[in-house]
Design a protein around this ligand. Structure first.
Ligand SMILES: [Zn+2]
Ligand SMILES: [Zn+2]
Ligand SMILES: [Zn+2]
Length: 89
């Protein structure tokens, strides 16, 4: 889809949407989140780096799933961790 970014982002044909609008890891520990991100490999929803627990980044590091999308209304972008690449869609 998005050309000129990185192979991980280019490999995404359909951007996954959030299954539910919450961070499951935060719900488990009673944490709070600021924004939500969606793992494009497995669809897991996690909280952003402005959130205290940064579960989206923790998930990407632990699982080696490279690309997240914003789950925020009106935001349409992808981010690849290993390449530090952004793409709008
Ligand atoms: Zn990449
Ligand atoms: Zn979280
Ligand atoms: Zn994942």
């Amino acid at each position: 889809m998005a050309q000129g970014t990185c192979s991980h982002i280019e490999a995404i044909a359909t951007v996954k949407d959030a299954k539910q609008r919450r961070c499951d890891e935060c719900v488990k520990i009673g944490g709070r989140w600021v924004h939500l991100r969606i793992c494009q490999e497995c669809g897991a929803t996690g909280c952003c780096d402005d959130s205290p627990n940064r579960h989206a980044t923790a998930h990407a590091r632990a699982s080696k799933h490279p690309v997240i999308a914003s789950a925020e209304p009106g935001e349409r972008w992808l981010y690849c961790y290993p390449d530090d690449a952004f793409a709008e869609f």
